[in-house]
Design a protein around this ligand. Structure first.
Ligand code: PAF
Length: 282
């Protein structure tokens, strides 16, 4: 696997892959890789002839007082894992390479509608940061296929909309959430959980499944189900940020005639923010 730090080295490597007629798969990440990321790499390597990963902890998608500085970084071990999973090229730029000097970046990509609620409410500007960096990566790499995990369901929908609206000729692949045996969704943030928080964390997925089951059995009192789920998460020691039953495409709060649903949830275990979701059709 080749690792590059600059856009010009990236362009050079991609030029050679394209001359060889290779299809290009991209897996954007912020590093501290776990098996969920590696599943994306393996899927890209199976579908495409040349697999590119990016590792960039994107400051634009963190609020000032958020966990940018605490975000776990492990470039050396990530490189070994990527190579083993079949990645051909890693781009790991620093902030100056990605954005130039602080004041030089004037363009930001905002996807309206899908980004106001859920994580967008708690983390204003987050999805604008994601959409901006993802657009830059799409322009720099021009992949044929891109791979994202469905754990970040709202992010997935934002990227799906962005690809359609900005006419990127890219096929989007969303892979199911990778989980521990306990049901806890794999996340780079899990490494910051204490052993007590790690014991509590699987309750989030259990609650999502329980609520999904009540809906499948015919309960359509969505607002009541949301508030009962939040109360029960709090009673278990997790601090709910939101627990929302939504329309799977618009991400608006679900109404009774909606058939395709997604339950989106975020909780705090101490100061570690965990998100998860369950999709269902009724
Ligand atoms: O999901 C992530 O890790 C990040 O939001 C992404 C898509 C790599 C953009 O920084």
């Amino acid at each position: 696997m080749l690792t590059v730090k600059t856009k010009s080295d990236l362009r050079q490597a991609l030029h050679e892959a394209r001359l060889a007629g290779h299809t290009i798969g991209l897996v954007p990440t912020m590093g501290n890789l776990h098996d969920g990321h590696l599943q994306l790499i393996r899927a890209a390597a199976a579908d495409c002839q040349y697999t590119v990963a990016s590792i960039f902890v994107n400051p634009l998608q963190f609020e000032k007082n958020e966990d940018l500085n605490n975000y776990p970084r492990s470039l050396e071990s990530d490189m070994g894992l990527l190579a083993e999973a079949g990645c051909d090229l890693l781009i790991a730029p620093d902030n100056a390479e990605m954005y130039g000097t602080r004041s030089s970046m004037k363009t930001h990509i905002a996807v309206s509608g899908l980004t106001q609620n859920h994580c967008g409410k708690t983390r204003p500007g987050h999805f604008e940061g994601v959409a901006t960096v993802v657009t830059k990566l799409f322009n720099l790499i021009s992949p044929d296929q891109v791979y994202f995990g469905l754990k970040d369901y709202q992010q997935y929908r934002v990227i799906e909309q962005l690809i359609a609206d900005l006419d990127f000729a890219i096929e989007l692949n969303g892979l199911p959430t990778a989980r521990e045996d306990s049901g806890l969704a794999l996340s780079s943030r899990n490494s910051r959980l204490t052993s007590e928080q790690r014991r509590l964390a699987p309750v989030l997925y259990q609650q999502l499944q329980q609520t999904a089951e009540l809906i499948r059995r015919g309960n359509q009192d969505f607002r009541r189900l949301e508030s009962e789920a939040s109360q029960s998460l709090a009673a278990c020691g997790l601090k709910p940020d939101y627990f929302n039953i939504c329309h799977a495409m618009s991400l608006e709060m679900a109404c009774q005639h909606d058939k395709d649903l997604v339950i989106l949830a975020a909780v705090f275990a101490g100061d570690v923010r965990l998100i998860d979701n369950v999709s269902l059709t009724i």
